[in-house]
Each structure stands twice: as structure tokens, then as C-alpha cells.
Design a protein around this ligand. Sequence first.
Ligand code: GLN
Length: 248
Amino acid sequence: MNGIRVAALYPDRMNIYADRGNLIFLQRRCEWRGLGFELMLCNEEKDLDPDATDLIYIGGGQDRDQIEIATDLVERKQASIRAAIESGAAVLAVCGGFQLLGHSYTLGDRTIEGLGICDFETRREPGERLIGNIEIEVSGLESLGGPGSLAGFENHGGRTYLGPEARPLGRVLKGHGNNGEDSTEGVQHGRVIGTYLHGPLLPKNSWFADWLIAISLTRPGEPLPELEPLDDQLEIAAHENARKACRS
Ligand code: GLN
């Protein structure tokens, strides 16, 4: 395959901190290498096609936005999302989108049902929002090299608690992570990734963007392709700055 097909879920509403910019970054990195990039925008009116999806993307959203899309996501998109994952598609879900990969998100006396693709739940609990710069150490991804660290920004009121079947995406080096207590951040289940790292997650962590492109070009079990190197001076500087911001 000489390109990737990305299905973006609810891009208008699940786009806090311009999380949609991650898609532009993936597109540019594909185009700079002469790889195809197809984007399908999916919402209440349009389901994704599991046979034509290599990567599913969902950004962050406020509680209100999550509540608005959750019913459609769980009742009408669940089958196609699961079918796409079954046939090897990758998933990147950020913040509010990440929370909806789990079993549920409880806010006061209201519980929003999630997709239950990963074993975790999220709860609003008394206490401050978990806000600030964050760096995590990632391990266990099929490796493409890269620094193994993701740096970015988090802002969430929900606290996520992983169940026994779930493994985190990484370990918190600086910042709060899933719940501010157990040093876990995000979730990784095969090619399904959830994280609280917002906004320019991929521009600040270009190695991770390339890892997503590489897995999206292949199916599980196939060797990852060598991607043509790009001039990443700016991206590397952005990564280093984001790491520094965590320590200032
Ligand atoms: N509504 C969720 C929370 O505050 C997610 C917010 C977000 O995506 N930034 O926990």
C-alpha cells in the first residue's frame, strides 16, 4: 500500500486545543514522502468504512461535547470501529476521545457509556483539574527508533483508572497522567492508543507520528516499513522545548 486512509471522528466537536492539527501533520509527512493520504470526516451523518480505514483518529472535547457524541459513537459507530480494529486499523484517541475508549466516564450522578475497547474507566472526582506540561516515557511500541519520550500538554478533569487488562502508553516523567496518582499515562492495546497529550502532540513528537504512519501502512505481524527520513530540525527543537517546558 502506498498511502494511508484516516477516519477522523467528529472533527468539529472533538477538536479542543486544535487537536485536528495532528491530522495536518500526518498529511504533510505523508505528502513529503510521496505517500498518499486520504481523510474521511465522520460524524452523526457519516459512518466510517472499516474496509477503507487504516487509522481512526478522535481528538479531545469538553464534557458537553463528549455527552453529545457519545450515544452516536457507542450505538452507531461501535460496530464499524471494532471491525476496523479487527482488520488491523490503528487508533489514536486524545483526551476526551481517549476517555471514550474505556468502559465509562462518570460525572457526578451521570455515567456516559464508552466503547469498552480498552479496560479502564474515568471519573470526575473532587480536586483540581490536571493541567500542565507533561512528559512520558513510552515503552513497548513496535520500535521505529525515536527518543521514546512524548512531550506535550494535558488538561482534564476526569481521572482515568486502568483495569487489569490494560497497559499504559507510558510512565509519567513530569506531569499528572491518567489520574495524578499512579504515574500511568494513556493506554495501549495493540495498535489502539489513547493519551491525554493534547494539541500539537504529533508535531512535538515527530517520531511518534512516523510510528503511526508506519503501522497504518502495514497490517499486524508485517514488518514496519523504513520511512524516508525528513529534515526534522524544527520538530526536534519543538520536542526539546516541550520537554524543557515540563521542567521550568
Ligand atoms: N472532558 C474531559 C475532562 O475534562 C476531557 C477534556 C479534554 O478533552 N480536554 O476530563
